[in-house]
Design a protein around this ligand. Structure first.
Ligand code: AR6
Length: 168
């Protein structure tokens, strides 16, 4: 498995799978979620609504992942995962690690050869960048997968620097 870090906008990636840092409603939001829905077009929201109706009426639980069409993105699938909101009082690291593991599993089961991750929970959900990066990199390294190309696509300098550090 080749793991790389890139600075930029994940919606511009040409990969089999783009991972979305969604919320449990699956109905879109700000940050990378908003960018993915804007760039991918309404087919993604339609597919999310179908998933809600069929299976996730109570929301997609934190730490889980689910795939939809990628709409107009240069990708085959978007995998939506719900990161934990950061809490200084409670260790939610296992849930953040689960986002990466479950996303790799969903994408691997679909036959993806490449996947691009944003820094899940490191924006609106408040996770400190160094810790978010350590969990992301170590979890991907420890997960058995047939996906050959794993990219972290980081949108700002602070988060990019944290991933650079975590990659060692
Ligand atoms: N490409 C790559 N990374 C991006 C992009 C982009 N186009 N845009 C933002 N980021 P966030 P969260 C980075 O807030 O913390 C949404 O409203 C951003 O700089 O998108 O998991 C959802 O609907 C940060 O480093 O996701 C949820 O309600 C990282 O992506 C909530 O936010 C994650 O920031 C999820 O919060």
């Amino acid at each position: 498995m080749d793991i790389s870090i890139l600075r930029g906008d994940i919606t511009r990636q040409r990969v089999d799978t783009i991972v979305n840092a969604a919320n449990s409603s699956l109905l879109g939001g700000g940050g990378v979620d908003g960018a993915i829905h804007r760039a991918g077009g309404p087919a993604i929201l339609d597919a999310c609504r179908d998933l809600r109706a069929a299976k996730y009426g109570r929301g997609l639980p934190t730490g889980q992942a689910v795939a939809t069409t990628a709409g107009r993105l240069h990708a085959r699938w978007v995998v939506h995962t719900v990161g934990p909101v950061y809490s200084p009082a409670e260790d939610r690291s296992a849930l953040l690690a689960s986002c990466y593991r479950e996303s790799l599993k969903v994408a691997g089961d679909l036959g993806a050869a490449s996947i691009a991750f944003p820094a899940v929970s490191a924006g609106v959900y408040g996770w400190p960048a160094p810790s978010a990066a350590d969990i992301a990199v170590s979890t991907v390294r420890e997960t058995a997968t047939d996906i050959a190309d794993v990219r972290f696509v980081l949108f700002n300098d602070e988060v990019y620097a944290a991933f650079e550090q975590a990659m060692g």
